[in-house]
Design a protein around this ligand. Structure first.
Ligand SMILES: [Fe+2]
Length: 364
């Protein structure tokens, strides 16, 4: 029997900028090629080159229809349209200590009041409470299905390709990213409310350059240009162009630590959008993947590639300090953040040593 689908209304994407920005030249991992051994081998090479050089890449043909993606944007939009008092009921207790599932209001960063709101939804695997406003609650089965599909259709294939590239057993990374296990993965609806033209003139960027903490971050097509990435090759900032029916993906700190820097966590920031898009709000749909909480972030010793290439000790191991688990690192890092959106503008925290061997790293 078909499941009744709640009405969501249509979701209208903002038109793309007409400005000719300095776009990053990123490769695309076409998962349509994933089902043959040759295709996999080719994609593994594409992936590893991308995350060692350009840093970000696109993924297409991932078996999740545009209609399902549109419905998630629509849920996100309707959530942000709720009255602030309603949203504020879902601010997590212990937000400053890293309890970040639920609603994170704007204005938690210093400087000109930030206008970034976040709603994080954790895994549906029994380890996390799910208390949501009615709007989210009534769409919860669909949200769960969507989050699980991101694991099976996108993350699992990417982890297999990464394992192939490192000459590891194909299930090496999928085994430490099981949906059923406890990890701080989360689906996020994120809203950057627009600033006035005058305010924008006083801002260099909307968010500081930073790396993400986990394994891969998945970012659904974002028509408002503002994401910039810093090249690993020449440190230049380039804009990320929205591409139809793709995800934009970046490798994050946990993968960098597990591979002793062979895979690089990409530095990125949200800057002021081009003039023809400064009059609109920017709604984001993202998924953050993390290794299981109990995975130690030590260099993988079984990879012939890492051994051959000399990537054998990560920053913790080189410094002689103890290696934290994913959970240990996460809760140390959030201690330093007034919001889990990223690194902030308070200069006293810049370059702070969060754990011995792991410093705060803003790149403005
Ligand atoms: Fe980020």
């Amino acid at each position: 029997m078909p499941v009744p689908v709640p009405q969501l209304g249509s979701f209208d994407y903002v038109p793309e900028t007409k400005e000719n920005l300095d776009w990053a030249d990123l490769v695309t991992v076409d998962l349509g090629l994933y089902n043959t051994p040759e295709g996999k081998k080719q994609l593994a090479q594409t992936l590893i080159n991308a995350i060692r050089n350009e840093g970000f890449f696109y993924v297409k043909n991932f078996n999740i229809s545009q209609e399902r993606v549109n419905r998630q944007f629509s849920i996100g939009k309707q959530f942000y349209d709720l009255p602030l008092e309603e949203k504020e009921k879902y601010i997590p207790e212990g937000l400053d200590q890293g309890k970040f599932n639920g609603y994170v209001p704007a204005g938690r960063r210093t400087g000109l009041r930030d206008k970034t709101e976040i709603y994080n939804i954790p895994k549906f695997n029994g380890y996390f409470p799910h208390e949501h406003p009615e709007l989210i609650q009534q769409n919860l089965p669909e949200i769960e299905e969507f989050a699980r599909a991101l694991h099976t259709e996108v993350l699992d294939p990417l982890f297999v390709l990464l394992a192939i590239a490192l000459e590891l057993p194909e299930d090496y990374f999928t085994k430490i990213h099981q949906y059923s296990e406890k990890s701080e993965d989360h689906l996020r609806y994120m809203k950057y409310t627009k600033y006035s033209l005058e305010e924008n003139k006083t801002l260099d960027n909307w968010g500081y350059g930073h790396t993400d903490l986990g394994s891969f971050t998945l970012l659904f097509r974002q028509p408002v240009a503002a994401l910039q990435i810093r090249s690993h090759v020449n440190n230049e900032w380039k804009w990320v162009k929205p591409q139809d029916a793709t995800l934009t993906v970046n490798a994050c700190d946990a993968l960098q630590l597990l591979t002793a820097g062979y895979v690089k966590s990409t530095i990125h920031r949200v800057t002021v959008p081009p003039l023809d898009q400064q009059h609109v709000d920017r709604l984001g749909l993202l998924y953050f993947s993390r290794p299981h909480n109990d995975v130690p972030l030590a260099t993988i010793k079984e990879s012939p590639v890492l051994q051959r290439e000399g990537f054998v000790k990560n920053d913790f191991e080189t410094s002689g300090n103890s290696v934290p688990t994913m959970e240990g690192l996460f809760f140390e890092v959030v201690e330093y953040l007034p919001s889990p959106t990223g690194y902030h503008g308070d200069t006293k925290y810049r370059n702070a040593v969060i754990l011995p061997g792991f410093a705060e790293r803003p790149y403005v």
